[in-house]
Design a protein around this ligand. Structure first.
Ligand code: GRF
Length: 206
């Protein structure tokens, strides 16, 4: 059975979706460890409620970024991680970690990449930019992580209609629901070896 490491920075609703799908038998994997970049992330509470080892590894606790990256990599290796799942994780992973886990890191982003993504696009800002641009649809994307920001091969996407009376909060809530559907599905496809990467494209085996 494959082992997941889920990285978070906040509420952990995407983590919860993965936990729920595992416990319902929809994902044939186990979460070996949850790692948060912030001490106050409620996702740490969610992990502990389900008996999952959970740690905060914060840049603030390390003298320099190199020591931080080394501590994060050591924890990932300590738990024999097969797949790293970025579930609202706000740090950019070091090239060393990405090279150590080639095509074994996935991320969920709250827009239809390549729109409204890249440096500085996270949280409510993503949705505000979509609203300001006047798009009629936005959505969620799950993709493999490469050394760029939100640039890896796309695994799954799903559109969400923008309503005239939406603000960033109402729109983000509807997109989050889609994230909770797509991320567990992408994890399940990965652990069942149904994802084949061909250049920029990801083929899904039936
Ligand atoms: C959400 O805003 C999501 O769009 C993005 O990061 C946040 C994660 O939320 N990926 P949660 O911590 O999973 O609830």
């Amino acid at each position: 059975m494959k082992t997941l490491a889920v990285l978070i920075s906040g509420g952990g609703s995407n983590l919860q979706a993965i936990i729920d799908h595992i416990e319902a038998g929809h994902i044939r994997a186990r979460i070996g460890v949850v790692i948060s970049s912030r001490k106050d992330a409620y996702g740490l509470v969610r992990a502990k409620k389900h008996g999952i080892p959970a740690y905060c590894i914060s840049k603030a606790d390390y003298e320099d970024i190199e020591l931080f990256n080394r501590a994060l990599l050591a924890k990932l290796d300590e738990y024999n991680t097969d797949l790293i799942v970025l579930a609202g994780y706000l740090n950019i992973l070091s090239p060393e970690i990405i090279r150590r886990y080639p095509n074994r890191i996935i991320n969920v982003h709250p827009s239809l990449i390549p729109s409204f993504c890249g440096k500085g696009y996270y949280g409510l800002r993503v949705h505000q930019c979509a609203l300001d641009y006047g798009v009629k649809v936005t959505g969620a994307t799950v993709h493999f992580v490469d050394e760029g920001t939100d640039t890896g091969p796309i695994i799954l996407q799903k559109a969400v209609e923008v309503h005239e009376d939406d603000d960033a909060n109402t729109l983000s809530a509807r997109v989050l629901e889609v994230e909770h559907e797509l991320l567990p599905k992408a994890v399940s496809l990965f652990v069942d070896d149904k994802l084949v990467i061909e250049g920029r494209k990801v083929k899904i085996l039936e």
